[in-house]
Design a binder for this molecule. Structure first.
Ligand code: FAD
Length: 381
């Protein structure tokens, strides 16, 4: 067993970190205020191969492992968790198309996805179904030409911003077996968007409802087979959860790095606050939390890469553990900054706001507990 990253993996992490420091961090507050990420960022990120991280090289992707991808998201999130996570969702769509699409489907979507000429969103949640995603009601009726969609998707990251929407729709019976996946392109007849949501964090990325009113989609936009869409959506989420965890970890690590430096500068009662043992212990506790989270995350990614039978359980455990630990660390870092932690200029309050949603989306941490305990009970002798 070797816990060291390879030279190539260290290079991937360093490259992503350096890119973030130059092209994301200096503008993160500006993009928060604007409520959007300039679209010209994406082709630059794609030049590093981050547009199609685990898309096969044949279609323009980087063909990296899930473990490699977590390094990219951890590093980018050190500059802005919201931007890194947005890229993660685009990559989740790429992974689904690459894994489940036909050759024609892949040739149609993946080259532009990898160069990020087209930015992709993932549409599963609806106003009436979040955790119980298999209860979705957006209907796709088959016609001679393709499908006609009716329904609404809620909370869509990139809603009204993206160029294509990987959408889970009902083509058959109630329940998971009646769900299919189609790509809806921006500009499709009958596609419209709700107003941008006002949020606590992830302010740089637009979030909106995506609405389908007799929205026409060509038959060729179906991914894989009818009735398998829920399986594809859940497979996408296994990897997505690793990335959401990695992004939380990167944000928390940044908060800890800032706090270590701050504690050596800030004085109280005539000495720097890093000399108080109670606070030193907090540093140690945060270090243990992040190091254990990182090891656990990489183990889960390794299991997904090696198609282990318990990969889904490990992805759920890692998502829950890493995002909870990361939020706790970021929040403690805010406390250690005193009042200054609450001010925007110190960079900590944004991380706390951004990391909160990592405990909620791509399956809440309660649903992660459900996945883990279900598998434990199923395997009980
Ligand atoms: C900023 C943001 C961006 C998002 N981006 C996307 C996106 O791009 N695409 C997309 O499809 N979705 C997206 N989502 C939606 C997100 O995945 C859902 O909000 C999430 O899955 C929870 O669903 P819900 O909000 O309907 O909560 P609910 O399902 O209504 O849950 C409410 C509460 O009940 C708990 N709960 C529910 N069922 C159980 C149970 N069986 N046992 C125990 N507890 C339970 C939940 O954990 C939660 O605490 C986004 C959400 C946010 C906030």
């Amino acid at each position: 067993m070797n816990f060291e990253l390879t030279d190539e993996q260290v290079m991937i992490f360093d490259m992503a970190k350096a890119f973030g420091e130059e092209h994301i961090a200096p503008f993160a507050m500006e993009w928060e205020a604007a409520g959007t990420i300039p679209k010209d960022l994406w082709p630059k990120i794609a030049e590093l191969g981050f547009g199609g991280l685990y898309v096969s090289e044949e279609y323009g992707g980087s063909g990296l492992s899930r473990l490699d991808a977590t390094l990219v998201f951890e590093a980018l999130a050190m500059s802005c968790p919201a931007v890194g996570s947005f890229l993660s969702i685009h990559n989740m769509c790429g992974g689904m198309i690459d894994k489940f699409g036909s050759d024609e489907t892949k040739a149609k979507w993946l080259p532009d996805l990898c160069t990020m000429e087209k930015v992709f969103s993932y549409c599963l949640t609806e106003p009436g179904s979040g955790s119980d995603a298999a209860a979705l009601r957006t209907r796709a009726e088959r016609t001679n030409e393709g499908y006609v969609l009716n329904g609404t998707k809620a909370f869509i990251s990139g809603g009204s911003y993206s160029d294509a929407y990987v959408t889970m729709v009902r083509t058959g019976e109630d329940g998971p077996k009646g769900i299919s996946t189609v790509v809806v392109e921006d500009g499709a007849e009958g596609l419209s968007f709700g107003a941008l949501e006002r949020k606590m964090g992830w302010l740089a990325q637009p979030t909106a409802q995506v609405q389908f009113d007799d929205c026409k989609v060509p038959a060729g936009n179906l991914i894989g087979e009818e009735g398998k869409g829920f399986v594809y959506a859940m497979a996408g989420l296994d990897g997505g959860r690793l990335n959401i965890a990695a992004s939380a970890l990167g944000g928390a690590q940044k908060a800890l790095d800032l706090t270590l430096a701050y504690m050596g500068e800030r004085k109280a009662f005539g000495r720097t606050i890093d000399s108080f043992q109670a606070l030193q212990f907090k540093l140690a506790e945060m270090e243990v939390k992040l190091q254990s989270a990182r090891t656990f995350l990489r183990q889960a990614a390794w299991k997904l890469d090696h198609k282990s039978h318990d990969a889904t359980k490990f992805c759920a455990m890692a998502k829950m553990y890493v995002t909870d630990a990361s939020f706790d660390v970021a929040n403690t870092c805010l406390q250690l900054h005193g009042g200054y932690g609450y001010l925007a200029d110190y960079g900590i309050e944004k991380i706390v706001r951004d990391l909160r949603v990592h405990q909620i989306l791509e399956g809440t941490n309660e649903i992660m507990r459900l996945i883990v305990s279900r598998q434990m009970l199923a395997e009980r002798g």
